[in-house]
Ligand binder design. Sequence first.
Ligand code: 5GP
Length: 206
Amino acid sequence: MTERGLLIVLSGPSGVGKGTVRKALFEQQDVNLHYSISVTTRPPREGEVDGIDYFFKTREQFEGMIANDKLLEYAQFVGNYYGTPVDYVEQSLQNGKDVLLEIEVQGALQVRKNFPEGVFIFLAPPSLSELENRLTTRGTESNELINNRLQTAREELEMMDAYDYVVENDVVEYACARIRSIIEAEHLKQSRIAERYKKMLEGNKC
Ligand code: 5GP
C-alpha cells in the first residue's frame, strides 16, 4: 500500500504574501508538491485562468458544492466564497502525493478539525507595521477596505497558536526554504518512518 502523502496547509493573515510564497514555491523545479486549486465566487482578475488559478463558480454552483459535501473547507472572505475541493485532496493523499493548500485562517481552522494530522504552517509578517505598509502601498483599495483588512489581520495574528509552525515572510526565497525544510522534517518523523518499517516487516512474515 502507498504511504499517504502529507497535507500541508499554508495560511496566515491577509496581505502577508501567502499567494506570492506559494507561487514562488511551485516555480522551483525540484519541488515535489501538488497544489490544490480552490473554488471561488470571486471574479477572475486580469491574467487569471479558470482551472489554473481557481475554479471560478457562481454562488449557486458554490452553494451546490457545499450542499453535496464537495468541499473540505470553505469560508467567506471580503464578500466571496472560497473553498477546497475535497476529492482532489483525498485522491492525491491516497496516492502518496503531498498536497499544499494556500487558504485563509478560517478555512485552516476547519481543516485542523477534520485533518488533525495535517501540517499547519502560519505565514507571519515580519511585523504588523510591515504588514500595514504592504497593505497601504498596494494603492488599489479604499481606506475603509484597508482598515477592515488591518483589523482582520490583527485578529488573525492572535490565531498563530492553532498552527504547528510559524514561517516569517521576510524574504520570499527564505520563506520557501523554511517551508521546504518543514516538509522534509515532517517526512522524517519517527512515527511515519516506524509505520513504514512496520508495514515492510509485516509484508515479509513467514
Ligand atoms: P484572493 O482573492 O486574493 O485570491 O484570495 C483571498 C484569500 O482567500 C487569500 O487569503 C487566500 O489564501 C484565500 N483562499 C484562497 N483559496 C481558498 C480556499 O480554498 N479556502 C479558503 N478558506 N481560503 C482561500
